[in-house]
Design a protein around this ligand. Structure first.
Ligand SMILES: *Cc1c(COP(=O)(O)O)cnc(C)c1O
Length: 429
C-alpha cells in the first residue's frame, strides 16, 4: 500500500507532522501543509487502462470522477466508507467562437459547474469529508464566498456530520446560500468580506473544536488535483499548452499544479502546461504581489468585484500557488469586471453558461494574447469553476437593467402593443 503523510511547505522548515493529528498548519512554524505520498511502484500505461475501464463499472467508487483516480490520493483505506455524490466526470467542450474572440486560440473549457452542487469544490469536499469521517469528526466548518458552503453542507449531510458555515453578511449569492440552508447547515453571516469571516472562524475554531474544511485543509487540494487527471484522460493524455484558472483563495490553482507535478513525476506526462491564474482587478492581491516581486503578500483590504466567488483579499494559499507558477512557468493576470462580463457574454454565444468568476479565465486569455504573452493558436484549457445558475442576480442585472439593451420586454396584453413593441425590439437587435 502507498502511504501518506503531512509535510510543511516552508523551505526553512519542511518538517513532517505527527500523522495521528489532523493539522491545518505546521505545528512547528505555522506554514501550509502538503499531503505527500510514498507511492507504490506505478506503471502509468496499466493504470491508465484501469482508470479507463472503471468508467464502465457500476460501483459508486468507480463512477466518481474523483475516486476513479484513487491511486493518486491514497490517504484513506478505500475499503472504508467513501463520501461521494458521483462528483467529477465533467465535460470538456470546444468553444470555437469564444476561442476566435479571445485569440484566435484553440480553446476548450473544462466545466466544473457540472458537479453535484455546481462547482469544483465538490471534488475537494468529497476527499476532505471522507477524511474527516474516517477520523470520527462530528462537526465541520468553513468560511466561504458561497460555493464551499453549498458543497460542504451537501457532503457533511451525506456523512451525517454537522455543518457550520461562516459567510460575509449579504455578500454571497442567494442561490449558494439557499443550497447550504437546504442541506441543513447552520449559517452565520458575519463580516464584510470572506477574509473577515475566515479570520473569525480561525480564531474561534480551537475553542469549539471545529474541523476546518477550507482549502488550507490539505485534503481539499488532494480532491481538486484529480481535475487534471480527468482532463488529460479526455485529451488522450496530450497536455495543452496552457491551463487557465480563476484565483480567489488560490486553492484550485495550487491543486491543479500539484496534480500536474505528480503526474509528471509518476511518468504520465512529459510536457508541463503553463498555468495561468486570473484574478479580478478589485481583488488581485496575488497579481500585485507577483508584479512587484514582493517577498510577502500584498494583501487587498477591501476586495471588490461582482465575481463574488473570487472576492478575496488575503488568499491563504498564495505560497502554494507561487510554487506552482515557478514550477510550471506560469503567470497571473488581472481583469476588470467589464472584461469578465464581456467574456461571459461571448461564451454564452457558444451555448456555455458559467459563473462570473469562471469567465475571468476567458477574459484573461484574451488580454494575454493581445499582450503577446500567449501565442496565437495556442492550445488552451480554461477551467470553468461554477455553474451558470449560481448567480442569477448577476445575469438579470446585466441582461435586463439597462433599458436600451434589455432582453426582457414587458408588454400590454393586446395585439397592437405586442406588434409595436416587438417591431421596435427586433429592429434594434
Ligand atoms: C472557489 C471558487 C473560485 C476560486 O477558487 P480558489 O481555489 O479559492 O482560488 C473560483 N470560482 C468559483 C466558481 C469558485 O467557487
Amino acid at each position: 500500500m502507498s502511504s501518506a503523510y503531512l509535510q510543511c511547505i516552508e523551505e526553512a522548515c519542511g518538517r513532517r507532522q505527527d500523522p495521528k493529528r489532523d493539522l491545518h498548519a505546521c505545528e512547528f512554524c505555522g506554514g501550509l501543509l502538503d499531503v505527500k505520498y510514498d507511492f507504490d511502484p506505478i506503471d502509468p500505461e496499466q493504470l491508465r487502462r484501469t482508470w479507463h475501464q472503471r468508467r464502465l463499472s457500476g460501483e459508486p467508487i468507480d463512477r466518481s470522477g474523483l475516486w476513479r483516480f484513487r491511486e493518486l490520493i491514497p490517504f484513506v483505506d478505500f475499503k472504508a466508507r467513501i463520501i461521494s455524490l458521483s462528483e467529477g466526470s465533467t465535460p470538456l467542450v470546444g468553444v470555437r467562437r469564444t476561442g476566435w474572440w479571445a485569440g484566435p486560440v484553440h480553446l476548450t473549457i473544462k466545466h466544473q459547474g457540472n458537479n453535484p452542487t455546481g462547482s469544483f469544490k465538490d471534488l475537494g469536499m468529497s476527499a476532505c469529508i471522507t477524511r474527516a469521517e474516517s477520523r470520527g469528526v462530528r462537526m465541520v466548518a468553513c468560511a466561504s464566498t458561497g460555493n464551499t458552503s453549498a458543497s460542504m453542507a451537501a457532503y457533511a449531510a451525506r456523512a451525517g456530520i454537522k455543518a457550520l458555515l461562516f459567510v460575509p453578511y449579504k455578500q454571497i449569492s442567494a442561490a449558494k446560500l439557499a443550497q447550504a440552508l437546504d442541506f441543513g447547515a447552520l449559517v452565520v453571516e458575519v463580516g464584510d468580506n470572506f477574509d473577515d469571516a475566515f479570520r473569525l472562524l480561525r480564531e474561534i475554531a480551537p475553542e469549539l473544536g471545529l474541523y476546518l474544511v477550507n482549502s488550507i485543509n490539505p485534503f481539499r487540494i488532494e480532491g481538486q488535483k484529480t481535475i487534471v487527471a480527468e482532463m488529460l484522460e479526455q485529451r488522450a493524455w496530450r497536455p495543452p499548452d496552457y491551463i487557465v484558472v480563476p484565483g480567489g483563495n488560490l486553492g484550485n490553482s495550487s491543486a491543479i499544479g500539484k496534480g500536474l507535478r505528480e503526474l509528471k513525476e509518476l511518468g504520465f506526462i512529459e510536457k508541463v502546461p503553463h498555468i495561468v491564474i486570473v484574478q479580478a482587478a478589485g481583488a488581485n492581491p496575488f497579481y500585485q504581489t507577483l508584479r512587484a516581486a514582493a517577498p510577502d503578500l500584498l494583501a487587498v483590504d477591501n476586495p471588490q468585484t461582482e465575481a463574488t466567488a473570487i472576492r478575496i483579499g488575503h488568499p491563504a494559499n498564495w505560497k502554494k500557488a507561487k510554487r506552482v507558477l515557478d514550477w510550471a512557468g506560469g503567470f497571473c493576470e488581472s481583469v476588470t469586471d467589464e472584461e469578465i462580463f464581456e467574456a461571459k457574454r461571448v461564451l454564452a454565444e457558444d451555448g456555455v453558461g458559467c459563473e462570473p468568476a469562471s469567465a475571468a479565465t476567458i477574459a484573461g486569455v484574451r488580454k494575454l494574447v493581445r499582450a503577446g504573452k500567449i501565442e496565437r493558436h495556442a492550445d488552451i484549457v480554461c477551467v470553468l469553476t461554477g455553474n451558470q445558475l449560481k448567480d442569477t442576480d448577476y445575469i438579470m442585472r446585466h441582461r435586463t437593467e439597462d433599458q436600451k439593451n434589455s432582453q426582457l420586454l414587458q408588454v400590454e396584453p393586446d395585439l397592437n402593443s405586442l406588434r409595436r413593441e416587438l417591431k421596435r425590439a427586433l429592429r434594434e437587435k
